[in-house]
Ligand binder design. Structure first.
Ligand SMILES: [Mn+2]
Length: 403
């Protein structure tokens, strides 16, 4: 039996307002072709199939058409919920999908045995998977009110440890003799993050240790971290199939493949996904940015997306204006490449708060105090509008953090 492990499709995700729908559709074309060619029997999707709780209609349509085509290829599918998925949205068509041998576990079921899914022919399963979705903190019974952040992280780690050990024991008891694997959507200690996770916050930051997963699991198919990487040889992140941020631009995207044969699960191997779209970062001073934009590499199958980073010593309104015009002109002229993100990096002494407030301990200061010091340093007199705008930004940021 051949198994594919993927995760973090993030259907509906936009990269700086740019839709990635076409990228995702091309990935699925490739995936379905390879699944048929290689005769894959099982597909595991370890969370974050969708980017948001209420994804756009075109993303839902794509998801269901892919599931329907997988069913037509006689592939057994297991989808778990990630922190981006709405468990109830994912679970809504659960009964219908079950008729197509597609199992959806949107959230941790009350009875853990409901998350144990036999793989292979129903009359003669060859393995069992404990399909554990993203676990919200309040679903862990170790989380009690009044914990400080450190205690809370420790309680989350303990809770996940107990959960996966209970799942391992349940596999052993209910399916004795069958090889077992697990799915998880979580943050493992020591893994490398990329921008697309940072910008959405990794959820609880309690990184779990490999010992969280009992030895009974011969393979652990993880999702949540977008950079493909092993936590241990048999505990792996497949990573996201397409780049979801500029920091993932040079990553080799992949799915992981392994076989289950006579009770043994083989080592997972990477199946590389051909690059669908080029993401390019150009940086330097204005002249360098201009030159580099002229020497862009050839396109992938879709138009190139560019992050333009202007590096200058001090803020300069004239240079900023030229930079904006350069970006505007570029986007107006090019149809096969688009600057979707632009920013200015200041290298001079005023770019760092520690230079403005050399003796201050930043942790002791309010953001507004640092902002006032910056206004002083810049010699800005008319401050009311700026103060108001700053307060608005801070409020927005705090609301985002709470969300
Ligand atoms: Mn996630």
């Amino acid at each position: 039996m051949k198994v594919w492990h993927t995760a973090d499709w993030h259907l509906g995700k936009r990269l700086h307002e740019q839709s990635l729908h076409a990228d995702q559709a091309l990935f699925f074309e490739w995936m379905l072709g390879e699944i048929e060619r290689r005769r894959v029997d099982v597909l595991l999707v370890s969370g974050d199939a969708f980017d948001a709780a209420n994804p756009p209609t075109e993303s839902r349509a794509l998801y269901y058409s892919v599931l329907t085509r997988l069913a037509a290829l006689n592939v057994q599918v297991v989808v778990t919920g990630g922190n981006h998925d709405s468990p109830s949205m994912l679970n809504a068509p659960k009964d219908l999908l079950e008729a197509l041998r597609i199992r959806v576990i949107g959230e941790l079921p009350e009875d853990l045995s409901d998350a144990l899914i036999p793989l292979g022919p129903p009359e003669a399963p060859v393995a069992v998977v404990a399909a554990i979705p993203f676990v919200r903190d309040n679903a862990l019974r170790q989380i009690t009110p009044g914990l400080n952040p450190t205690e809370r992280q420790e309680a989350i780690r303990t809770g996940l440890h107990e959960l996966f050990h209970a799942a391992g024991a349940a596999c052993k008891a209910t399916y004795p003799g069958l090889p077992a694997l697990a799915m998880g959507h979580l943050y493992a200690a020591g893994t490398q993050l990329s921008e697309s996770e940072r910008e959405i916050q990794v959820g609880n930051l309690a990184g779990v240790e490999p010992s969280t997963f009992p030895a009974h699991f011969q393979y652990v198919a993880l999702g949540h971290i977008h950079k493909p990487q092993p936590v241990a040889p048999h505990i792996r992140y497949s990573g996201s199939p397409i780049p979801l941020s500029f920091s993932e631009r040079d990553q080799q995207h992949r799915v992981l493949e392994f076989t289950i044969d006579s009770g043994q699960i083989s080592a997972a191997e990477s199946v590389h996904i051909p690059a669908i779209r080029k993401l390019v970062q150009v940086s330097g001073d204005l002249q360098q940015v201009r030159e580099r934009l002229e020497r862009l590499p050839a396109n992938g199958r879709l138009s190139t997306l560019i992050e333009a980073r202007l590096i200058i010593e001090h803020a300069d309104p004239a240079v900023t204006l030229n930079f904006s015009q350069l970006v505007e002109q570029f986007n107006a002229v090019h149809s096969d490449a688009r600057i979707v993100k632009q920013f200015i990096e200041l290298t001079g002494d005023r770019s760092r708060a520690t230079d403005i407030l050399p003796d201050a301990d930043l942790k002791q200061l309010q953001p507004s105090q640092v902002f006032e010091a910056l206004l002083d340093a810049e010699g800005i007199e008319d401050r009311d509008v700026l103060r108001e705008a700053f307060q608005e930004l801070i409020q927005e940021l705090q609301q985002d953090e709470r969300a």
